[in-house]
Design a protein around this ligand. Structure first.
Ligand code: ZN
Length: 350
């Protein structure tokens, strides 16, 4: 096996795992080893070459226990219920607190710029970008946005697969077009402009097509979907159509490849395994549509069922090896593994 290639990843839900765990010492849990069913902890991150990524804060819907993706593909899957702002704030702050505690314990560094990420990687410290997936915790007047930015927030998805004050997400529907529901609200449009001004990345994953078009029309930043795949291969509403991929390419934006089985498999099954050949099909298609600068990883670790060939973060070298066997040269492998993310973040957050 070649030397460990560092990976900077577009999306994980490990903060939600830590938040939901009954263990009080979250730092110890992350740094000494989480349950085997989890995907990321420090010992396994080291083994896999995980150098960092966007650490998502996701506030679950009221009566749902987990991330509430269905287990079987359904063409009439409905959106989960709305999440009240006060309720979202409680869990958002809980997860933000865990992120800050992890930094204080030395488990990771919260990065506010591409230079911060490079410095953390050089010091062999996990580079974490503070991301919120679905901003129910932010008021439509955006007061909370300034507070969160000051706390280090550098990336957000206006919506999860849910409707909120800013827009509407796609349901976990298969097969389905992402053109489901209305576009951004006026507050959503103001949010995009504020993110441009504050240099916060706007993540298009989970947004429906009309919302995507609104962001494309308003935003001056590269268009980015942190964890989505190719709709032409797996017709999930969560995946990106050729038009969306073209719009992303036109802004020198990028897409992080999602490892979730249901967004990889041509039949949309969330539970049946997906092999590395299927992963490579998506990567080839993304490279074809976006070019070598437009493709990265967006694992969805700790938020989805992952191909058993990868398993968890310690299995990343097996994916890198598959890239090499597939004929990707060292330069392209490094671009996909981390360089493209750092580059697009540099052009977005500075
Ligand atoms: Zn997600």
């Amino acid at each position: 096996m070649s030397a460990l290639v560092p990976v900077f990843d577009g999306h994980n839900d490990t903060l939600l795992q830590l938040y939901r765990s009954p263990e009080q010492d979250k730092e110890k849990l992350f740094m000494q080893g989480a349950p085997a069913s989890w995907h990321i902890d420090l010992p396994r991150a080291r083994k896999g070459g995980f150098a960092g990524g966007m650490f998502a804060i996701f506030s679950p819907s009221p009566e749902k226990a987990g991330l509430s993706a269905p287990t079987a593909p359904s063409s009439d899957e409905k959106l989960p219920p709305d999440l009240p702002m006060e309720e979202a704030r409680v869990s958002m702050l809980g997860m933000a607190s865990i992120l800050f505690r992890l930094e204080r314990a030395g488990a990771l560094k919260i990065c506010r710029s591409a230079a911060d990420i490079r410095a953390a990687m050089a010091q062999d410290t996990i580079a974490a970008v503070f991301h919120i997936e679905g901003v129910e915790a932010i008021d439509p007047g955006l007061d909370m946005l300034d507070v969160l930015h000051a706390a280090g927030l550098r990336s957000l998805g206006p919506v999860w697969s849910r409707a909120n004050a800013f827009g509407t997400g796609v349901p976990f529907r298969f097969p389905s077009s992402p053109d489901v529901g209305p576009g951004l609200t006026d507050a959503g449009k103001a949010l995009v402009k504020a993110c441009n001004r504050l240099k916060i990345l706007v993540d298009l994953s989970h947004l429906n097509e009309k919302g995507f078009r609104d962001v494309a029309a308003i935003s001056a930043a590269p268009l980015v979907a942190t964890h989505s795949n190719v709709h032409a291969i797996s017709a999930s509403a969560r995946n990106l159509t050729d038009w969306q991929l073209g719009a992303i390419r036109d802004t020198r934006g990028m897409v992080g490849l999602n490892f979730a089985r249901g967004f990889l498999r041509p039949d949309g099954s969330m539970v049946q395994d997906a092999d590395l050949d299927t992963v490579l099909r998506h990567v080839d298609a993304l490279l074809d549509k976006l070019g070598e600068d437009g493709v990265g990883l967006g694992s969805d670790f700790d938020g989805a069922q992952i191909p058993s060939a990868i398993g968890d973060v310690s299995g990343l070298p097996r994916l890198i090896e598959a890239f090499e066997r597939h004929g990707f040269g060292r330069e392209l492998v490094e671009k996909i593994a981390w360089k493209n993310w750092v580059d697009v973040l540099e052009r977005t957050i500075g």
